[in-house]
Structures are given as structure tokens and as C-alpha cells.
Design a protein around this ligand. Structure first.
Ligand SMILES: [Zn+2]
Length: 172
């Protein structure tokens, strides 16, 4: 059922050629909307817990996803459990996912113009998750966070040399 719905969404996305006028970020349109929406939530959750930037590398797929962040130090077990707890709390809150179009000179302060490609068009699509997160994105999302399901952390990896923290997760 979910599989069918996702195929339909992808088909719609591919047919919406007029949307190409608004494309800013490179984006994989084949990604699974619940996992992709969790990607937005995890970015903001990491920012709030660790004061870091959004992930510098992400592979989001239906079965397993991974995202990497640059952190000052290795998170504790307790902090790792807190990531998972907050993610599921946000899902249970069923925050609405909405979008709007803004121009470059009306970007909200939370959105850094540095993150946009140099050839970005003047019109930018912002995706908001409740009052929790806002970021420019052209991907496909669920309508509210309860549709994500449940966030399960599969494991983490810490690279001391790179100060890179990788979170592996799946949506069930
Ligand atoms: Zn998105």
C-alpha cells in the first residue's frame, strides 16, 4: 500500500515540470517521503542537541538511511539515546509539514543563503515542520510527522580523525 502510494508520488513529481522553475538543490526525487521527512527532523534535532550544522552527507533510502555530521566530540550513549527519543517524540507530536515560496531577499533568518547554490533562482521553496524546522527543499514529504511511523536508530559510527558522527537509521 505504502509502496504504491510512493510510486504515485514519484510519478507526480516527475510530471510536475513547471516545478523545475523552482529547483534549487540537487535532489533525489526517488527517495521515500517518510524517511526523507525524518532527514529534516534529524538535521534540526542534531543542531539543537549538539549545536552542529546540518548533515554534510546523507543517503536516504526506504530500508536504511545514514547521515553524517561534524561534531566537536564523540556523543555519549546517553546523547545517542536522546536523539532517538526526541525523534519519536516529534513524530508523536504530529507536526504539520508545509511549504511556501519566498524570494532570496525574504529568506527567514534561520535559512542561510550560504547553503544555496550560487546559481539559485530568486524563488525558493521552504519546507517547514511545525515551528521546529525550516529549510529549502524540493523533495517529497509526508503531510505531518505522525506519517513517518517510528524512528529506529540502527547504530552510529564515530571517526575521531574527521570528527564525523554517522547515524544509521530506519523508519518502521
Ligand atoms: Zn525535504
Amino acid at each position: 500500500m505504502i509502496h504504491h502510494q510512493c510510486l504515485t508520488l514519484n510519478k507526480l513529481a516527475n510530471n510536475q515540470n513547471s516545478m523545475d522553475d523552482y529547483i534549487l538543490n540537487e535532489h533525489n526525487k526517488e527517495e521515500f517521503p517518510p524517511a526523507h521527512t525524518a532527514e529534516h527532523l534529524l538535521n534540526q534535532t542534531m543542531i539543537r542537541i549538539f549545536g552542529c550544522e546540518r548533515s554534510y552527507n546523507a543517503h536516504i533510502e526506504r530500508k536504511k538511511s545514514k547521515m553524517s555530521f561534524r561534531l566537536d566530540s564523540k556523543p555519549s550513549r546517553q546523547e545517542e539515546r536522546e536523539i532517538e527519543r526526541r525523534m519519536n517524540e516529534l513524530i508523536e507530536e504530529d507536526l504539520p509539514v508545509t511549504f511556501e515560496f519566498v524570494t532570496l531577499d525574504t529568506l527567514p533568518p534561520e535559512v542561510s543563503p550560504d547553503r544555496l547554490p550560487p546559481d539559485a533562482s530568486d524563488t525558493i521553496r521552504l519546507v517547514r515542520i511545525g515551528d521546529y524546522d525550516v529549510c529549502p527543499c524540493i523533495g517529497r514529504h509526508v503531510r505531518s510527522t505522525a506519517q513517518i511511523g517510528r524512528f529506529e536508530m540502527l547504530g552510529t559510527n564515530w571517526d575521531e580523525h574527521e570528527h564525523s558522527f554517522r547515524v544509521r537509521f530506519k523508519i518502521v
